[in-house]
Write a protein that binds this ligand. Structure first.
Ligand code: GDP
Ligand code: IMO
Ligand code: MG
Length: 422
C-alpha cells in the first residue's frame, strides 16, 4: 500500500501531467484533489498529445482507476468534452472513472462572474473557468454539488434559489441580462444523464481501496505559489494545491500519506498577473519561452519566464513536506552560456530569512543570483545521469543543495521516454 501526492512546486505548469502519467503505471488509482478545468496537464506519447483539465492524468493506463475527488470543482462541458475526446481516441473509461458526489459544479453564472471580475479593477489574470466564483459558493454553503444532480426536485429548487440571487447581482450591479433558470436546469439534467454512472462516494471508495492494499497517486493541479493560503495572495487560485489539500480534497487522512513528490521546473514560469521576482524581460526570458514552448495548456496565453528561484522552491518544499522531486524541462536550459539561480532575496540591502508572500515585499524583493556555466548542448536524448554533461550535473547538485531536496527523476523532453530515473 502506498499513497503518494504529486504537487506542483512553483506557479503551476511544472510538467505534472507528464510525470503523473509516467508514475501511473506503478499505481492502482490516480485521483485529482482540487482545482478544476483551470488546470491543463499535458501528456505526450509519441507524436500524440493529450491535454487533461479534469480527468486525472493516469487515464491513459488501462488498468488505472481515476477519481475526481470532492475538492475539485467540475465544469460540466469541460468534463463531457474530455470524456468525448477519450472515447474518440479509443480509450475506454467504463468502470475506470469515479466522480465524487461531494464535488461542486461550476455553473454558467460562475464563468460569467469570473469574466466580469476580470474586467474590473481587481483583475488577477484568471483562466476564466469560473473557479473563484464556484469556490465562493462552496464556502458560502450554497454551491450545487454533484450529489444534487441525483434528486431532480432539490436540484431545481437549489438552482432557482441561486439564480434569484445571481440574477439580482447581474442585472442590478453589472447591468447584464438575466440568466434563464430553466435552460440551466435542463443542462444540468442532461449532464447528469451522461455522468450519473460515474458518481460515487469517492472518499469511502478510496479508503476501502487503501485498506485493500491498493496504491493511490494524488494529482495536484496548479502549484504551491498559487495556493490560496500559502501562495502569492491575491494572485492565486481559490483552492489548496499544496499537499494538505490532497487530504481534504479526497477524504484520505494524513496518516495514510507515504510520500510527497514535488514537480520542479528547472527554471520558473508564471501565467497571469502577480509578483515574480526572477522574471526576465530580456533575450534570455524570450529564449526560455521559445525553447520551452511556454504557452498555457488551458488558455494558450504566453507564460512569463525567469531563472530558477531556489528561495521559492525551498519554501515550497517546506510547506508541502517534499523530500524527493522530479526536475522537469532541464533540456530547455541547454542553450545558454550562463544560467542564473536565485538563492535569496534582498529588500533595501537586507537579506530575507524567510520567503515573503505579500505582494509589497515580493515587488520590492531583489533576487540574489549565483551564475553557473551552461552546458550548451542538446540533452533530450540522455537516458541516464551519466550521459548528462558535467555542467548539467553541477546545476542539479547546486539546486538540490540550495532547496534541500533529493532528485528522483529528471525530465529532458515532453515524451514519457525522455526521462532519467536516479
Ligand atoms: P502541468 O500543468 O504541470 O501538467 O504542465 P503543462 O502540461 O501545463 O506544461 C508543461 C509543458 O511542458 C507541456 O507542454 C509538456 O508537454 C512539456 N514538458 C513536460 N516535461 C518536459 C520536459 O522535460 N522538457 C520539455 N522540453 N517539455 C516538457
Ligand atoms: P496547472 O494545473 C498555471 C493561474 C491563473 C491565474 C491564477 C488564478 O496546469 O498547473 P484561476 O482561473 O485558477 O482562478 O486563476 O492561477 N492558474 C494557473 N497557472 N497552471 C495552472 O494549472 C493554473 N491554474 C490557474 O493563470 O494567474
Ligand atoms: Mg498546466
Amino acid at each position: 500500500m502506498s499513497v503518494s501526492i504529486v504537487v506542483g512546486s512553483q506557479w503551476g505548469d511544472e510538467g505534472k501531467g507528464k510525470i503523473v502519467d509516467l508514475l501511473s503505471s506503478k499505481f492502482d488509482i490516480v485521483a485529482r484533489y482540487q482545482g478544476g478545468a483551470n488546470a491543463g496537464h499535458t501528456i505526450q506519447i509519441g507524436d500524440k498529445k493529450y491535454i487533461f483539465h479534469l480527468i486525472p492524468s493516469g487515464i491513459l493506463h488501462e488498468n488505472v482507476i481515476c477519481v475526481i475527488g470532492n475538492g475539485v470543482v467540475i465544469e460540466p462541458q469541460a468534463l463531457l468534452d474530455e470524456i468525448d475526446m477519450l472515447e474518440k481516441n479509443g480509450i475506454n473509461i467504463e468502470g475506470r472513472l469515479f466522480i465524487s458526489h461531494n464535488a461542486h459544479l461550476i455553473m454558467p453564472y460562475h464563468k460569467l462572474l469570473d469574466s466580469i471580475n476580470e474586467k474590473g479593477t481587481q483583475k488577477i489574470g484568471t483562466t476564466g473557468r469560473g473557479i473563484g466564483p464556484s469556490y465562493i459558493d462552496k464556502y458560502a454553503r450554497r454551491g450545487i454539488r454533484i450529489a444534487d444532480l441525483l434528486n431532480k426536485e432539490t436540484l431545481k429548487e437549489k438552482i432557482r434559489k441561486n439564480l434569484e440571487e445571481k440574477n439580482n447581482l447581474l442585472t442590478k450591479m453589472y447591468d447584464r441580462d438575466e440568466l434563464d433558470v430553466e435552460a440551466i436546469i435542463d443542462e444540468c439534467i442532461k449532464f447528469d444523464e451522461r455522468i450519473d454512472k460515474y458518481i460515487t462516494d469517492t472518499s469511502a471508495y478510496l479508503n476501502d481501496a487503501i485498506i485493500n492494499k491498493k496504491s493511490v497517486l494524488l494529482e495536484g493541479a496548479q502549484g504551491a505559489l498559487l495556493d490560496v493560503d500559502h501562495g502569492t495572495y491575491p494572485y492565486v487560485t481559490s483552492s489548496n494545491p499544496t499537499s494538505g489539500g490532497a487530504c481534504t480534497g479526497t477524504g484520505i487522512p494524513p496518516t495514510k500519506i507515504s510520500e510527497i513528490i514535488g514537480i520542479v521546473k528547472a527554471y520558473t514560469t508564471r501565467v497571469g498577473l502577480g509578483p515574480f521576482p526572477t522574471e526576465l524581460f530580456d533575450e534570455d526570458g524570450e529564449k526560455l519561452g521559445r525553447i520551452g514552448a511556454e504557452f498555457g495548456a488551458t488558455t494558450g496565453r504566453p507564460r512569463r519566464c525567469g531563472w530558477f528561484d531556489a528561495f521559492l522552491v525551498n519554501y515550497s518544499r517546506k510547506i508541502n513536506g517534499i523530500e524527493r522531486v522530479v526536475i522537469t524541462k532541464l533540456d530547455v536550459l541547454g542553450y545558454f552560456d550562463e544560467i542564473k539561480v536565485c538563492t535569496g532575496y534582498e529588500i533595501n540591502g537586507k537579506k530575507l530569512k524567510y520567503f515573503p508572500t505579500s505582494e509589497a515585499e515580493l515587488n520590492a524583493a531583489k533576487p540574489i543570483y549565483e551564475t553557473m556555466k551552461g552546458w550548451k548542448q542538446d540533452i533530450s536524448n540522455a537516458r541516464s545521469y551519466d550521459e548528462l554533461p558535467q555542467e548539467a550535473k553541477e546545476y542539479l547538485t547546486f539546486i538540490s543543495e540550495k532547496c534541500g531536496f533529493e532528485i528522483k527523476y529528471i525530465s529532458v523532453g515532453p515524451k514519457r521516454s525522455q526521462t532519467i530515473e536516479l
